[in-house]
Design a protein around this ligand. Structure first.
Ligand code: NFS
Ligand code: SF4
Length: 670
């Protein structure tokens, strides 16, 4: 029987492995970032790479999760070598660790769902004619979403329908009745619906699920680690709900992504242009900045530039890359590098993953950092309050600030790394299904599941998540991807993971030649041929921003339905090799609840409680069919992911053979 949880199951070895990688001298795999780090040394500039080292050694209580600051009798620390060590209130290690994890999930869910609320409110404003600069870009998707969430579509104008769908989405945040969130229940398998109901983790309202975690983890509430984690999982499913709303409605407003070819990395910043980086997450802002940049070309030319060039950073960069082919300049860890090129005239930010350091660093250059959101201001930066009612006017104001700044640019300080590579992106689920549909129009997903059944592919892996200073930047992403594709795994990616692949030139057909195993190469070749794509397809498929992880979840659900099984049987794994944000914790948690093996390449603060570690790596599997794999060494992680896929293929084969022999249904358990 293939091993599926690796030889180290139940054995906590995160810190030792992590410590080793912390000492690696080369801190990035990205040549452009490496070049900028050398420049930083020369100029005496301090970046996150330096600040991380300055933070060492980090507190062992915090690192292992056994520090509690939930009430102000604390901080309480549980001493591992002292039997019976407890917080002042008597909370033990497992309670403290579980509460900290659940609060991470709540933080992540709040971020994604507030983003979703913003998009839903924008759609409502569009429907009511209060946001004239936006339009319904994909009415077909609007109708598909409406039908899925039970809004009748017949005889309704796009605007009327948009209003109803927006209101249905907004209802998900604060519904009074105990009715399940429909953006969740309408997108998962019957098996998952039952499982979530039986385990009582179905969210009825997003805000309420987050509040339940915060309430349940205050002083003197839940002390049972399993119950705390399960309450956390409800918030994780609320996170999924919010993410699905955000993706669905962004597609309605800005278009469902279709394959695009463009370029990536810092070399996309062009010294001849006024350069603007949009940084953050929400396309509502970045799409308008892009429109204003095109509109104000003449003003930029009057200032001596060739025009205005927009590049992307982090997930709003991914959003613009997916829909508009805007070059992706950097992912999270490399955000400061864009300013250090000396040619960035403005960095326009909205929400999430924006290091406060960008403002401090910008003071050494001419770059204007412009904040736009009431919840994310940076001291002493420019703030242009972005309002949907006059979105384009606010965006114009920001672009004009960039043009002004351009006039102050010091050409002697401009240093743009030459690294700039081709990349493909734009693979929404719709785009992927269209690709598969060229081979099998009736049942597109079957092209993928058949290739797995026949052994041409080993399974599917979703790469998600951030970059994290604890490990060398981008390195784990690249190592794991290369090993998986060599072993014929079909790989999709989102967020900063996708950003790492794009900037390393791996989201290209050339990379298929270089890295793909025989089976994957033949599979991609067949798809490209059927689609009439002479240049071929990329090695890894960019599915969008972090919030778009539900696109990949929908692919997995479609595979389960095609195969006639529930998700825990599908040869599908997820990996967050360099997870950092609370959002990554909530995504990983719903992936586990959905029934996926989820690798995390950074040890989260859970080692302080072997019991909680066991809940995440083993009990979760028994209950939901998904589990966490904490593995810091990328090569070992790749092997564990391959083992998890192999185990699923093997077990599915056994169950299917038994079902055939005894003429019964395929066994439901995993
Ligand atoms: Ni995701 Fe995107 Fe990147 Fe991580 Fe941050 S940008 S939403 S959280 S760091 S992938
Ligand atoms: Fe300490 Fe308990 Fe307060 Fe936490 S909740 S800080 S363990 S007294």
């Amino acid at each position: 029987m293939p091993r599926y949880r690796g030889v180290y199951v139940g054995q906590i070895r995160g810190q030792a492995a992590a410590r080793k990688r912390e000492k690696e001298v080369v801190r990035t795999s990205d040549p452009a970032t490496a070049e900028m780090l050398q420049r930083a040394e020369k100029e005496g500039v301090i970046t996150a790479f330096h600040r991380y080292l300055a933070q060492q050694p980090q507190c062992a209580f915090g690192l292992t999760g056994i520090c509690c600051r939930i009430c102000i009798q604390g901080p309480c620390r549980v001493k591992r070598d002292e039997v019976g060590s407890r917080g002042v209130c008597g909370a033990s290690d497992y309670t403290i660790v579980a509460r900290n994890v659940a609060r991470y999930i709540a933080g992540g869910a709040s971020a994604h769902s507030d983003h979703a609320r913003h998009i839903a409110r924008t759609l409502l404003e569009v429907a009511e004619g209060r946001a004239p600069d936006y339009r319904i870009a994909d009415p077909e998707k609007l109708r598909r979403v409406a039908r899925r969430v039970g809004v009748p579509t017949d005889g309704k104008s796009d605007r009327d329908l948009a209003k109803e769908v927006a209101l249905r989405a907004l209802e998900e945040f604060g519904r009074a009745a105990d009715e399940p969130c429909v953006f969740l229940t309408s997108t998962i398998t019957e098996g998952r619906r039952r499982k979530f109901k039986n385990c009582d983790i179905v969210p009825y309202a997003i805000d309420r699920s987050i509040v339940q975690v915060l309430h349940g983890t205050t002083m003197g509430m839940d002390a049972d680690p399993v119950n705390i984690i399960f309450t956390g999982l409800r918030a994780a499913l609320a996170d999924y709900t919010g993410m699905h709303i955000a993706t669905d409605l962004s597609d309605v407003l800005f278009g469902t992504p279709r394959p695009v070819r463009t370029e990536a990395n810092l070399g996309a910043i062009d010294p001849d242009y006024v350069n603007i980086a949009t940084h953050g997450h929400n396309p509502t802002l970045s799409e308008m900045v892009l429109a204003a940049a095109e509109e104000l070309k003449a003003e930029a030319q009057a200032a001596g530039a060739k025009g205005v060039r927009v590049v992307g950073i982090c997930c709003t960069g991914n959003e613009l890359l997916m829909r508009q082919g805007v070059p992706l300049a950097a992912n999270q860890s490399a955000q400061e590098m864009a300013i250090m090129t000396g040619a960035l005239d403005a960095m326009i930010v909205d929400v999430q993953c924006i290091m406060p350091a960008v403002k401090t660093l910008a003071e050494c250059y001419h770059t204007r950092v412009i904040t736009t959101h009431p919840l994310a201001k940076l001291p002493a930066s420019y703030h242009v309050a972005f309002r949907e009612e006059d979105a384009l006017a606010s965006a114009r104001e920001m672009v004009r600030l960039a043009i002004e700044a351009y006039k102050e640019r010091d050409p002697d300080r401009v240093h743009i790394p030459s690294h700039r590579v081709a990349t493909m992106a734009g693979f929404s689920l719709e785009a992927l299904l269209e690709l598969f549909g060229n081979v099998d129009r009736e049942r597109p997903v079957r092209v993928l599941t058949d290739a797995i059944r026949e052994g041409q592919l080993a399974g599917v892996c979703l790469f998600a998540g951030c970059t994290n200073q604890r490990v060398p930047h981008d390195t784990s992403h690249l190592t794991i991807l290369k090993t998986l594709v060599e072993n014929d795994v079909f790989c999709v990616a989102t967020g900063c993971a996708a950003g790492a692949f794009a900037r390393a030139g791996l989201a290209t057909p050339a990379a298929v030649e270089q890295y793909a195993g025989e089976g994957l190469r033949r599979f991609l070749g067949r798809l490209a041929e059927a689609a009439g794509l002479e240049d071929g397809l990329p090695l890894v498929f960019h599915m969008g921003s972090c919030v778009d992880n539900t696109r990949a979840a929908d692919l997995c659900t479609a595979m389960a339905e095609e195969m006639g099984v529930d998700v825990p049987k599908v040869p599908f794994v997820a990996s967050a090799p360099e997870a950092m944000h609370e959002k990554a914790v909530s995504i990983g948690s719903w992936c586990v609840a959905m029934g996926l093996p989820v690798h995390v390449g950074i040890m989260p603060p859970v080692e302080g409680s072997p019991l909680v570690y066991g809940i995440l790596t083993q009990i979760a599997h028994d209950v939901y069919g998904g589990h966490f794999i904490f593995e810091m060494e990328p090569q070992a992680a790749a092997e564990k992911l391959l083992a998890a896929l192999e185990y699923r293929r093997w077990k599915l084969g056994i169950h299917q053979a038994a079902a055939k022999k005894f003429e019964t249904l395929v066994a439901a358990h995993w």
